[in-house]
Write a protein that binds this ligand. Structure first.
Ligand SMILES: Nc1ncnc2c1ncn2[C@@H]1O[C@H](COP(=O)(O)OP(=O)(O)OP(=O)(O)O)[C@@H](O)[C@H]1O
Length: 331
């Protein structure tokens, strides 16, 4: 199991004298990804999703809070010792064009980490070569066809699968799939999502999805948990189907109002709001981060920052109102 408590991250900006503001990318994030489970973080551009994914994969530092990997707390560990634990979490780059070294064949790409593992575990080079073939078969590509090829000789979908195979070379406990930087088209995205679903079932590897697209979270569905991130704060979290069918926070409702596969809300909610930096800068730091854009705002909203409350389905809103969403097919 991999979890985080109170994870914060602020990007310090140079030129504060000239009015540059530090960016609070994450403001105390708690999350839990059970072994073999799936969790999606959703939010619009700039909400902090990529920062969180990079922190969980050990590629970015955090200011406070903690990440716990299989019961080991990362905070007190020396960075060099953390690295060993963070290897259990692999980031799957969803930009297959830049994720692979163009000067290496697929064979070289996979063999480098596998040969290292073989050395550490007293296995042979033949084992590493065999494992490379096994992993390619596992992600649904013919090893005979791809092993000797360079990335530019492969289709985008195949490149994406090679990226996943490379992530699997270290037998990770969790894959972090950051779709916000995705450059692949919709049908390919769906095939990658179904591959990740399949790997969850077959290998028991857990998956953290990072996306701006609620349709992706909906596709992952069954048994997963959805976290809605707004300006570095989780404003709603719960079982995916539950949050999508009955969002409570006005921000989640505005995100859902833009989804073509949904008909609308039984009780009208807010229309989608397009974030602007200027509006963000004007918001008071004390109140609800969404208050400036919220159609249900009252004085209470600017007085104090709401915390997440509730049981399985939690929200951070002082005027919670569940609005049932009617799927288009049922309307
Ligand atoms: N290296 C950095 N230095 C300064 N600010 C940064 C840096 N990386 C991210 N930020 C800022 O932190 C905030 C969160 O960024 P992040 O990339 O995590 O958001 P995101 O939700 O993934 O956005 P996107 O979907 O556009 O990638 C943004 O305001 C961004 O401008």
């Amino acid at each position: 199991m991999i979890s985080g408590t109170g994870v914060t991250k602020t990007y310090r900006q140079r030129g504060a004298m000239l009015g540059a503001r530090d960016v609070q990318a994450l403001r105390g994030i708690d999350f839990t990804v059970p072994r073999g489970g799936a969790v999606s973080f959703i939010g619009e551009s700039g909400c902090g999703k990529t920062t969180l994914g990079r922190i969980v994969a050990g590629l970015e530092t955090y200011d406070s809070g903690d990440i716990v990997i299989d019961g080991t707390s990362m905070a007190p560990l020396h960075p060099r010792r953390r690295r060993r634990h963070f290897r259990r979490v692999q980031l799957v780059h969803q930009d297959p064009y830049s994720a692979l070294n163009p000067t290496r064949t697929v064979h070289q790409t996979l063999l480098a980490p596998l040969a290292l593992r073989a050395r550490h575990t007293g296995r042979s080079r033949a084992w590493a070569a065999g494992r490379a073939e096994e992993l390619l078969a596992l992600v649904g590509i013919d090893p005979g066809y791809v092993l000797g090829r360079y990335p530019h000789q492969l289709s985008g979908g195949m490149r994406q699968r090679v990226v996943i195979a490379r992530a699997l070379t270290v037998d990770p406990e969790m894959l972090v799939a950051d779709e916000s930087v995705s450059m692949i088209d919709v049908s390919m995205r769906l095939s990658v999502l179904s591959l990740l679903k399949d790997l969850r079932e077959r290998l028991g590897v857990s998956v953290l999805f990072i996306t701006h697209d609620i349709a992706t979270a909906r596709y992952i569905g069954g048994g997963s948990e959805l976290y809605v991130l707004y300006r570095g704060q989780v404003v709603e979290r719960g079982p995916t189907e539950d949050v999508i069918a009955g969002p409570v926070h006005p921000y989640t409702q505005s995100l859902l109002s833009a989804i073509p596969v949904l008909h609308g809300m039984e009780v009208p909610g807010p229309e989608r709001v397009v974030p602007t930096e200027a509006l963000d800068a004007a918001v008071e730091d004390t109140g609800c981060l969404f208050a400036a854009r919220c159609p249900f705002r009252t004085e209470l909203c600017t007085a104090e920052r709401p915390e997440l409350t509730g049981d399985a389905h939690r929200h951070a809103c002082v005027h919670p109102h569940r609005r049932a969403v009617i799927p288009r097919e049922a309307a």
